[in-house]
Design a protein around this ligand. Structure first.
Ligand code: 5GP
Length: 183
């Protein structure tokens, strides 16, 4: 059953969110796991849809209760994690489940659920990644620099993944991911 679980990871601003949105709109049997985080909501983000926004204490309580499938400190600042119960429920109801998480989380899922497929979404080039991050304009220069540092480490870890898909064009990238899910 856990072979219906797909973990999507990849560097900041590679466009994972856009690819996932495209998949959800076009493939109804796919369920996206909503993560929990201790970071503050950005303008327009919705509680329970974008993330479950938790205090550090609430987050740590969930870890202690064994309610996180995986979790990690991302970009050296905040905790992000996958609430376990909704994922298991979606798999049990026959859905294909996508986790959009960072590479540390991807490694944990591979350990606890070895049949999960790990897909790395890569940018067409480093320059294109920098351009997408700067163009997004949602982070300060300092935050952008921190994210690019993390991105270097993440790109170096591509070989740990079962598949690498280049996000050159959203629809093409999404259909490649869907093909992998159904393989
Ligand atoms: P952002 O702050 O831009 O929403 O997300 C920052 C990073 O956190 C992204 O690279 C994203 O993949 C990662 N992330 C989001 N949710 C989770 C999660 O549940 N677990 C882990 N390990 N990483 C996550």
């Amino acid at each position: 059953m856990t072979n219906q679980l797909i973990v999507l990871a990849g560097p900041t601003a590679v466009g994972k969110g856009t690819v996932v949105k495209y998949i959800l709109e076009n493939y109804p049997n796919v369920h996206l796991s909503v993560s929990a985080t201790t970071r503050s909501p950005r303008p327009g983000e919705v509680e329970g849809e974008s993330y479950y926004f938790l205090t550090h204490e609430q987050f740590d309580d969930m870890i202690a209760a064994g309610d996180m499938l995986e979790y990690a400190v991302v970009h050296g600042q905040n905790k992000y994690g996958t609430p376990k119960q909704p994922v298991l429920a979606a798999l049990a109801s026959g859905k294909q489940v996508i986790l959009e998480i960072d590479i540390q989380g991807a490694r944990q899922v591979k350990t606890t659920m070895p049949e999960a497929k790990l897909v790395f979404i890569a940018p067409p080039s480093w320059d294109e990644l920098v351009k997408r991050l700067q163009g997004r304009g949602t982070e300060t220069a300092e935050e952008q620099a921190r994210r690019l540092e993390t991105a270097k480490d993440e790109l170096a870890a591509q070989s740990e993944f079962d598949y690498v898909v280049i996000n050159d064009e959203v629809a093409r990238c999404a259909s490649e991911v869907v093909d992998l899910m159904q393989a």
